[in-house]
Design a protein around this ligand. Structure first.
Ligand code: SF4
Length: 163
C-alpha cells in the first residue's frame, strides 16, 4: 500500500483533532476530485515500518481523537488496510476511526465490508460535482452519506450527515 500523506492535528476530516492518512490509488476518477494527485497506486510513498511508526506515534498523542482514512480510495487497498485498522483498533481502543470511500455501502465486497466494520464513521459515494453546491462539514456532495456504526455493527445515518 502506498500513501500520499499523513496529516497531523487535522481538524477538517472528522470530529476533533485527528491523525489522517491519505492512501494512494483510486480508479473512480470523479470529475473535480479534490485529490486527483493520489489517483495512481504508485504515487506517494510506500507505507513501510517508518510510516507506520509515525502514524502510531501521532495516534498516541492524547489530544488526538482518532484516525481518519481518505484517499485515493481506501477500499481499494485490500488486506493491508484491513490489517492496519485491526492493529489501530487493538492499540487504541478509545479512539475512533473515520473512513471516506467512493463506493456506496451496498457495493462492498466481503473484504471491504470487513474493513468498514472496524470504522466508527463511513462517508460513502463518489464525489458528484452536480451535487456539490452546498458546503458540508465532512462530505463533498449531497449524494454522499455519513454513516455511524452502532454497537450491534449496523450502520445508521449519522447526525453529521446534513451538517
Ligand atoms: S472516489 Fe474520491 S479519491 Fe476517488 S476520484 Fe472520487 S473523489 Fe477522488
Amino acid at each position: 500500500m502506498n500513501y500520499f500523506k499523513i496529516k497531523k492535528y487535522d481538524i477538517a476530516n472528522g470530529k476533533g483533532i485527528r491523525t489522517s492518512i491519505f492512501v494512494s490509488g483510486c480508479t473512480f476518477h470523479c470529475e473535480d476530485c479534490f485529490n486527483y494527485e493520489a489517483w495512481s497506486f504508485s504515487s506517494g510513498h510506500k507505507f513501510d515500518e517508518d510510516a507506520k511508526k509515525e502514524l502510531f506515534d501521532l495516534l498516541g498523542d492524547e489530544q488526538c481523537k482518532g484516525l481518519s482514512v481518505l484517499g485515493g480510495e481506501p477500499l481499494m487497498q485490500g488486506q493491508e488496510l484491513l490489517d492496519l485498522l485491526k492493529e489501530v483498533r487493538l492499540t487504541f481502543p478509545d479512539k475512533n476511526i473515520w473512513l471516506w470511500t467512493g463506493y456506496y455501502m451496498n457495493e462492498l465486497n466481503d473484504l471491504q465490508k470487513e474493513i468498514v466494520s472496524y470504522c466508527d464513521y463511513v462517508i460513502d459515494g463518489r464525489f458528484e460535482k452536480s451535487q456539490a453546491y452546498k458546503k458540508y462539514l465532512f462530505k463533498g456532495s449531497g449524494n454522499q452519506t455519513i454513516w455511524q456504526r452502532q454497537e450491534n455493527g449496523e450502520f445508521v445515518v449519522s447526525e453529521y450527515n446534513d451538517m
